[in-house]
Design a protein around this ligand. Structure first.
Ligand SMILES: [Zn+2]
Length: 309
């Protein structure tokens, strides 16, 4: 039997992730959730983002909004420092960076117990290897600016590139980045802050009309099977586990041999493509799932070890 670990979840040809910074834009978040709900109703496509939160920015009112958004599956959460006023670089004593990285995790985990908080976005511009080395001790990835599409196997995990929303960018600029992601079968990541009706730029704002048009454009490409939307955190969990894992087949057993020691990755399922013209029944941890066959391929989800009936 021939089988392999798929490059992306559900064997998607390319993936796209929305990442939102700071966590403090109340109106913009309400608007985004309403738009995601509308698109889900109309197109059947579930868009999802990762919001990197600055601990001290989260008022009780914001916390309530985020808890509901997380529960409904529109967002998951990453770390973005305690105060935002810290440079993750050699300008800051390394003990202070350590303290910030760990306190951010602890505080966000308390606010959102269901969340892994496995990824980080460095606040502000200050970032270098000193900061990256600390982040690497506590998080699986760090998102920065950079404008490029990312490619599995070539990703610097502590400097994951993203396309930055800016007021002077029009719909075409955003759609072009999605097209580039699709054309090159890469991982596109977008960085957003405020989504607004205003016309002056604050914190890399995106205008509402361009965001609406972009999201519809993306949903249509998803429905054409060209790309899959996964949150930044989900993408990191999948890609990091996949790059540390090899697949073994022995008789009827599929085993994922993983060097992934990070506890965040243990329960992450990988998509396995198995050559088979007939559906397969696979049991893992007492749960049996029947996976259909399409064009001679069965796509199964395995966490560590499955048995084929
Ligand atoms: Zn920020």
């Amino acid at each position: 039997m021939k089988a392999e670990i798929c490059k992306y979840p559900d064997n998607a040809p390319a993936i796209f992730s929305f990442s939102f910074d700071d966590g403090c834009y109340y109106d913009s978040t309400v608007f985004t959730i309403q738009l995601f709900e509308k698109i889900y109703k109309e197109k059947g496509v579930k868009l999802k983002g990762t919001v990197a939160q600055t601990v001290n920015f989260i008022s009780p009112k914001l916390k309530e909004l985020w808890q509901s958004a997380i529960e409904k599956g529109w967002y998951d959460v990453a770390g973005h420092s305690v105060t935002h006023c810290i440079s993750y670089s050699s300008q800051t004593p390394v003990e202070e960076i350590e303290k910030d990285a760990t306190e951010t995790y602890k505080a966000l985990k308390e606010m959102y117990p269901s969340q892994k908080i496995a990824t980080f976005f460095t606040p502000g511009g200050g970032y270098d290897k000193t900061g990256g080395d600390v982040i690497a001790k506590y998080y699986l990835a760090n998102r920065v600016a950079g404008e490029r599409v990312n490619y599995p196997g070539k990703i610097d995990w502590y400097s994951v590139s993203s396309f930055t929303a800016k007021m002077d960018r029009d719909t075409k600029d955003f759609c072009d980045y999605i097209d580039e992601t699709i054309k090159t079968q890469g991982w596109g990541v977008q960085m957003n802050h405020w989504i607004t009706d205003k016309t002056e730029d604050v914190h890399h704002s995106q205008r509402k009309p361009t965001f609406i048009e972009e999201c519809y454009y993306l949903a249509d490409r998803v429905n054409e099977g060209l790309v899959k939307v996964v949150s930044f955190e989900e993408a990191v969990l999948y890609l990091r586990k996949a790059e540390m894992t090899t697949l073994e087949i022995e008789g009827n057993t599929i085993r994922l041999k993983s060097k992934a020691d990070a506890f965040h990755l243990r329960d992450v399922p990988l998509t396995i493509a198995i050559n088979s013209d007939t559906p397969l029944k696979i049991t893992e941890n007492g749960v049996t799932t029947t996976y259909p066959s399409q064009n001679g391929i069965v796509l199964a989800k395995i966490v560590s070890q499955g048995t084929i009936e």
